[in-house]
Design a protein around this ligand. Structure first.
Ligand code: UT7
Length: 331
C-alpha cells in the first residue's frame, strides 16, 4: 500500500571522545611510520574512549545534539535503531540501554549488526517504518568503541580504527516535501565474511581462556581484499541509487562515503567522475569508526556549512559481512 508519507532528516549530531591516538603513538607500538599511514590511508589520528566510557555514552552525546538540532525532546521519539558491532554488551541491546539513559520508556529499541554499513542499513529501516505510517520520529544512531577490540600489536588493523558516534533524527513529512530520502539500496555477500572477523564471543568460539590466549577477541582483517571489494560494492550500490532515481552524478552535491581509507573514497569518486572536493572526507582526523563514520562525517559537514538544506546527498558504506549500502536524499 502506498502512502503519502516520506522521510526527512530533522536533525543530526555527532560526538568523538577527546582522547587521541596519533600516528606517532602507533609508531611506538608496531613497525610502521607516519608517512606510510598517511600515504596509504590518509589517517593522522583517531579518537579513543577512556576505559569506563561505554558505547552508549558516546551515542547519548550524539543524540542530545541531534535532538537539539531537530528542536525535539527524547519524549517525542517513537523508535530507536542503534547500529553497532561494539555495543556495551551482547545483550541487552545498546538501543535499550540508550533508551533508559535518555530517560524515556516503552518505545521499541533494537540494534542492527551490519558493521560499517550499519548506519545506512538503519536509515533504510527507519525510512520503511516512516513510509508505512507506523512511526513519526525515529532516532538512528551509529556508535562504536572499536579501539577496545583492536590488537595494538597488529599493524594491519591498529592503524585504522577509532571511536565515535553519530545520530540522525528522521521524521515523517508529506510526499510533496522536496527534502526527503528518495531511496536506499542494500547488499550483502556472506561468502566474503572471512575478510573481517571478530572470532570470539559468539556460539562458535565462546569467551574462554583459550580464546583469549589465541587472541580471538581481536578483529582480524584481510585489508587488501577488503579494499578491492569496498570499491566494487560501494560503486555498485551508488550506481543503483543513481539509476533508480534517474539522477546523474553531476546532480549530486555531496558524496558522504564510509570513512575507511582516503584511497577507497577517491576510487569510488573516480568511478563516477565525481569531483574530489564534493566528497566529504574526515578520515584524517577520525580514522574508521565503523557504523559511526557516515553520520559523523555528515554532521560535521552540516555544521561547518558544506552540506546545506535542499542539497542532494548520496550516502554509501561497506562493511564486514560483506555488507554494503547507499541512500540518496535531499537534505
Ligand atoms: O570494515 C573493514 C574495514 N577495513 C578496511 O577498510 C581496510 C581496507 N584496506 C585498506 O585500507 C588497506 O588495504 C590497508 C591500509 C589496510 C593496507 O594498505 P595496502 O596498500 O593494501 O597495503 P598492503 O596490505 O598491500 O601492504 C603493502 C606493504 C606490505 O609490504 P610488502 O609485502 O610490500 O613488503 C605490507 O607488509 O605494506 C606493508 N604494511 C605496512 N607497512 C607499514 C602493511 N601494513 C603496514 C603498516 N605499516 N601498518
Amino acid at each position: 500500500m502506498s502512502t503519502a508519507y516520506r522521510t526527512r532528516i530533522a536533525g543530526t549530531g555527532s560526538y568523538l571522545p577527546p582522547g587521541l591516538i596519533t600516528n606517532q603513538d602507533i609508531e611506538k607500538m608496531v613497525d610502521t611510520n607516519d608517512q606510510w599511514i598517511v600515504e596509504r590511508t590518509g589517517i593522522k589520528h583517531r579518537h579513543k574512549a577512556d576505559l569506563g566510557v561505554v558505547t552508549t555514552d558516546l551515542a547519548f552525546q550524539a543524540t542530545q545534539k541531534a535532538l537539539a538540532d531537530a528542536g525535539m525532546t527524547a519524549n517525542q521519539l517513537d523508535l530507536i535503531i542503534f547500529a553497532t558491532i561494539t555495543g556495551d554488551q551482547p545483550t541487552p541491546s545498546s538501543a535499550c540501554v540508550l533508551q533508559h539513559k535518555l530517560g524515556i520508556s516503552s518505545i521499541p529499541a533494537f540494534d542492527i549488526s551490519a558493521a560499517c554499513s550499519g548506519f545506512v542499513y538503519s536509515i533504510s529501516i527507519a525510512d520503511q517504518f516512516i513510509r508505512s505510517g507506523m512511526y513519526k520520529n525515529i532516532l538512528v544512531v551509529g556508535a562504536e568503541i572499536i579501539t577496545r577490540f583492536v590488537n595494538y600489536k597488529d599493524r594491519d588493523t591498529c592503524i585504522l580504527f577509532g571511536d565515535g558516534a553519530g545520530a540522525f533524527i528522521v521524521s515523517r513529512t508529506e510526499a510533496n516535501d522536496p527534502n526527503v530520502i528518495f531511496s536506499s539500496h542494500l547488499g550483502a555477500e556472506g561468502s566474503l565474511g572471512d575478510l573481517f572477523v571478530l572470532p570470539a564471543g559468539g556460539s562458535k568460539i565462546p569467551f574462554r581462556q583459550e580464546a583469549l590466549d589465541a587472541g580471538e577477541h581481536w578483529f582480524r582483517m584481510k585489508g587488501r581484499e577488503i579494499f578491492k571489494n569496498a570499491v566494487r560494492t560501494m560503486s555498485a550500490v551508488c550506481a543503483q541509487a543513481l539509476e533508480h532515481n534517474k539522477v546523474t552524478s553531476a546532480e549530486i552535491d555531496w558524496l558522504v562515503p564510509h570513512q575507511a581509507n582516503n584511497r577507497i573514497l577517491e576510487a569510488v569518486a573516480d568511478h563516477f567522475h565525481f569531483p574530489k572536493d564534493k566528497v566529504i572526507s574526515i578520515v584524517h582526523e577520525m580514522g574508521n569508526t565503523s557504523a559511526a563514520t557516515v553520520p559523523v562525517a555528515f554532521d560535521t559537514a552540516v555544521r561547518d556549512g558544506r552540506i546545506k538544506r535542499g542539497q542532494m546527498v548520496l550516502l554509501t558504506a561497506f562493511g564486514a559481512g560483506l555488507t554494503s549500502g547507499s541512500c540518496l536524499l535531499r537534505y
